[in-house]
Design a protein around this ligand. Sequence first.
Ligand SMILES: NC(=O)c1ccc[n+]([C@@H]2O[C@H](COP(=O)([O-])OP(=O)(O)OC[C@H]3O[C@@H](n4cnc5c(N)ncnc54)[C@H](O)[C@@H]3O)[C@@H](O)[C@H]2O)c1
Ligand SMILES: [Zn+2]
Ligand SMILES: [Zn+2]
Length: 394
Amino acid sequence: MTIVRLARSQQVRATVSKYFLLHRAPVIYRRMKACLFIANNEPMIVEDVSLDAPATPGEVHVKWKASGVCHSDLSVWEGKLPLPPGSILGHEGAGVVVSAIDSKTGLKPGDHVIGNFVPICGECFYCKNGQPFVCEQSQVIGMSRFPFSRSDGSRFFGAMGGLATFAEEAVVHEAALVRIPSDFALNQACLIGCSVTTGVGAALNAAKVTKGSTVAVIGCGGVGQSVIQGARIAGAARIIAIDLNAARRAAASRFGATHSIDPAVEDATGAVMGLTDGRGADFAFEVVGLSALQRQAFDMTRSGGVCCWVGVPALDSEVSIPGAMMALANKSIIGTIYGSSDVRQDFVRFVNLAKKGELDLASMVSRRIKIDDINDAFTEMLKGDSIRSVVEYD
Ligand SMILES: NC(=O)c1ccc[n+]([C@@H]2O[C@H](COP(=O)([O-])OP(=O)(O)OC[C@H]3O[C@@H](n4cnc5c(N)ncnc54)[C@H](O)[C@@H]3O)[C@@H](O)[C@H]2O)c1
Ligand SMILES: [Zn+2]
Ligand SMILES: [Zn+2]
């Protein structure tokens, strides 16, 4: 998510008011199951809601087939990221177009699509300068429709890009969808909607991992395993997986890690130094979302190396870095959202890598669940061993 813009809660409120001022009475389209985010840290409610019909040019009715559950959904639910309740979470989805109104991108019924949680306006400074992943209109595009309504009349919006992939169906703007070939399993393709693009893109597009390099990855959940796969695809010689969870360290070795470190039993920075003749890693990624680990990633980066922050800590967190070492050790710290990808090309690129067997998506789907079990997926993420829980819809 584009965190800086998410922080502009006034803008969110303005968008909400504008919606109610401008929108005519909605045409109720159909009833279907959705998972409602009612309040921070309270169980989400799964119930039947109504969905408006698509009404304006560019709106698309999509039936989700599958959705991964990402840590960013959990962070919003916990209140660490400032997206308001009264919404439907889920932003890692793939599905099939049911109908589309005047689609400029040519979307039509039956097309297979992956949701893009940073809708691309194509007109702003960033879109015109090759950085659509920070499109300044994305939040407005994504959150300017409230197509879901409960029986008490209250209305809900899709929190991330408007996608609402924790609902069976949604009406979204076409700027939040990318068509993919129809011969690829949607319950794997959904992962490309966030974790895979974020992680593989962080390695290939943002940090630009080089052949023969040494890469350290702190955090081996869905996104971290994707960084590991990206580093493997880039030809890294050594990939060091660092995670508290033994099962995820073991999985990392299947995705391409050559070494693993349990930070509960050894100092991770010291262990990386030990593996690199005291230099540090050429590339170090933080993929948990804790400021202490962002600092740790910096410390384990060699002089002249690249430290890449992928994890998203609480919005008010800060991290302290020894300023002199930034210059004297010629280190770079880079941040990345959505793997610094242009999803209009990269989604299909990653589908093709998966088809060729270079990207293993199947093994990342470690739990297949139904929407009724969505709350358990958060518990599993924090306490279990899974890489990714994927909600599958009928
Ligand atoms: N930048 C982006 O565009 C973007 C996109 C998606 C997710 N994210 C963020 O990336 C982060 C990871 O997301 P995810 O879905 O992979 O989460 P996840 O919960 O699946 O994985 C997090 C991993 O970190 C490990 N971990 C926790 N504490 C640790 C510690 N102290 N030391 C080492 N490992 C530790 C956990 O065991 C787990 O394996 C989150 O902060 C998420 O919000 C960022
Ligand atoms: Zn995500
Ligand atoms: Zn834009």
